[in-house]
Design a protein around this ligand. Sequence first.
Ligand code: PLP
Length: 436
Amino acid sequence: MTASDSYFERAKAVIPGGVNSPVRSFQSVGGTPVFMARAQGAFLWDTSGREYIDCIGSWGPMILGHGNQQVIQAVQQQLELALSFGAPTEQETRLAEVICRMVPSVDLVRMVNSGTEASMSAIRLARGYTRRDYIIKFAGCYHGHVDALLVKAGSGALTAGVPDSGGVPKSFTRHTLIARYNDPEQVKSLFRRYGDEIAAVIVEPIAGNMGCVLPEPGFLSSLEDLCTHYGSLLIFDEVMTGFRVHPAGAQGLYGCRPDLTVFGKIIGGGLPVGAFGGRQDIMSHLAPEGSVYQAGTLSGNPVAMTAGLATLEQLQKEGVYAALTDRTHQLVTGLRLAAERHQIPFSASCVCGMFGLFFTQADKVTDYESVQSTDIGLFRSFFHYMLEAGIYLAPSPFESGFLSTAHDSEIVMRILEASDEAFGKLRKKKEKADNG
Ligand SMILES: *Cc1c(COP(=O)(O)O)cnc(C)c1O
């Protein structure tokens, strides 16, 4: 029994499933989750002192790597001053100023405590502003565990969604319409049918919660056009992509201008933060100025704001995103070559610092359906071979991976060496199965 095994047993006695977020449980890969103790740069150490190269970065926030000196020092200084006031501070204005400057579509921004809270509030605001009820979301896009957004499948696109979580009344998802990612025609037909009742379209401009699925050329701009035409709001959920793929997020990368944007992850620099922002005339509908209620005891927490500020400051330096893009390309290209060498069906995608791995024969992964073609068994084995080799990948075939600015070329080489062996083992396993 490893240290993690015994920690997990203890955790299961007092925490449902032993974890505070389901994907951490290793349910989709099997085995015991690794209990972590310490992190620095691109590395993690578990409770037994074993070292791993981190390819998750706390699911995105740790874009500068762990233990970044500037972030740690800024947080330490803030700790001396105060943990929380529940009153306005300069720090929250400073972070808001940086976000508004870096993301041109954002005039005003409201801080919250998680991505879930941010997307929930952005949708309430969109409904309050437009005085409409329907929203369109895309199959395979995740916007946090908001009741009305826990709808994925719904193959008949022209019907309202059915909740895919227990505890969500059907009536709560009655106004959630589902469309296929990268399929503007479906969105168009939803608009034709429900046009003047649609408050908003919410989309991950790069889908990062079904692996990493890029928008096809024209997809995002067609959403902009449709929303403008029908007087609906376009909400970009940039909780993952914000400050990850470009200084102005996916909207900066693809030249879009959503009405509202949802943030999280990186803007907290590793502490719990979310935010939503956008056009001034929309944001002014929020309380206390407007009628749309939204509040939070710890919102704009000075420690979290300080960590976020120190993170965003460093991300504005010349060349940061170019270097991150190069590293991630190096990783993804190397993985593809290794898979090819060992004849494993595999495709990989990446955008500056985020990547997705798919064990599939499909030439192209563009939506929730093609993502389902992934061979889960192959992924599971690959995941465990990599973990044994000290590479900590996301424990699910449908999550994105993340590199940080602390991952240098040599560290990426170490990941690639491990992957070459892992793909080799997969090949042997497959040959055995084929012959046996
Ligand atoms: C992580 C994530 C969320 C949810 O954020 P939490 O802070 O976990 O509530 C929402 N949307 C996207 C795109 C995410 O990646």
